[in-house]
Design a protein around this ligand. Structure first.
Ligand SMILES: [Zn+2]
Length: 143
């Protein structure tokens, strides 16, 4: 009998594929960022130094159980038209709030009721953490 975690893992990655296809149709491009993370200490020290090491699973736990993926978002620079050959398009790296992030987050959440988007996350003080590039599936209260 497959575990609940495994059942989610085999749904999560095809949904990521759907998200990438959707983004591509909308003219956006992704590059790979953090996905599965094995070494908790390395991860926290180097990638998310603000996280309390005693409770690393609060905000980024999904990366430890293969149910979270961070991706870098790129959009064509303003002023480019359809006549630019695909391999000559120049892109802006979208790291801050942007309508495309919201659109992608909304689409991601439409793919499964347990899908979560980092753009919705808040810290313990209730402030938005703007983890826009984080797409995950909730498991055991971890997102
Ligand atoms: Zn993440």
């Amino acid at each position: 009998m497959p575990s609940e975690l495994f059942k989610k893992q085999i749904v999560f990655l095809p949904n990521i594929a759907e998200l990438i296809r959707y983004a591509t149709r909308r003219g956006a491009r992704f590059t790979e960022a953090e996905s599965y993370v094995k070494d908790t200490v390395f991860y926290i020290r180097n990638l998310h130094p603000g996280i309390n090491i005693k409770s690393p699973h609060r905000e980024d736990g999904g990366h430890f159980n293969r149910l979270a993926k961070d991706m870098n978002l790129f959009l064509p620079k303003n002023g480019q038209n359809d006549h630019v050959p695909p391999d000559e398009i120049e892109y802006d790296w979208i790291v801050n709030a942007h309508p495309m992030w919201n659109e992608l987050g909304t689409y991601w959440k439409s793919l499964h009721p347990l899908n979560r988007w980092g753009g919705d996350f808040r810290n313990s003080k209730g402030e938005k953490v703007n983890d826009f590039n984080h797409f995950s599936m909730e498991h055991g209260g971890v997102q």
